[in-house]
Write a protein that binds this ligand. Sequence first.
Ligand code: DX5
Ligand code: ZN
Length: 214
Amino acid sequence: MIKIAPSILSADFANLQRDIEKISAADYVHVDVMDGIFVPNITIGIPVVQSIRPTTDLPLDVHLMIDRPVRYVEQFCDAGADIVTCHVEADSEENIHEALRLIHAKGKKAGVVVKPKTPAEAVLPFIHEVELILVMTVEPGFGGQSFMADMMPKVSAIRGYINEMNPACELEVDGGVGPKTYRTCIEAGADVLVAGSAVYGAADIPARIAELRG
Ligand code: DX5
Ligand code: ZN
């Protein structure tokens, strides 16, 4: 079963509780955290995660697009994140291992993320330590960008690594996923689809979530 993780980056931030209730048919709430350094945009931080935690029973899938995430992962866990993902490009390999260790020590799920220009092999040092791998299908920083179909070979390669080395690990894609692109992601081996504008831009959100499950 394909899981859907709507990104609240496309929600109305003045009505976050209402907009999180609108996606109750989904599997995860995807929370895009940006620091203005790792990516050229600033979004949601720890207090917002804390405030939205009691508004939903869905797991909070917190995507950290921040420099040196090891500094903040424990605070995001304490704020109520269920899954915390760190970009492999955001720090040394040693510090990313340490960030994953800290997330697990808080009893939460940990994952790594790769940007479009980062090769599939970059996940290998972490593959035995993660519950989720996220492949970006846009340059991180903004919602509403065009899907990069040329990332599909990377998704397939990572699907191969997961099947061989850590079959319980989930494989998520993020960026430009919608009615025209979800199928190719599933065929390439993704089992969790992040969608921001395609979900929040839909007239019938539950129907759109059902559609994206394929
Ligand atoms: C991009 C974010 C994505 C984004 C997805 O940096 O990580 O989660 O919000 O938005 P759409 O689905 O509109 O591309
Ligand atoms: Zn994201």
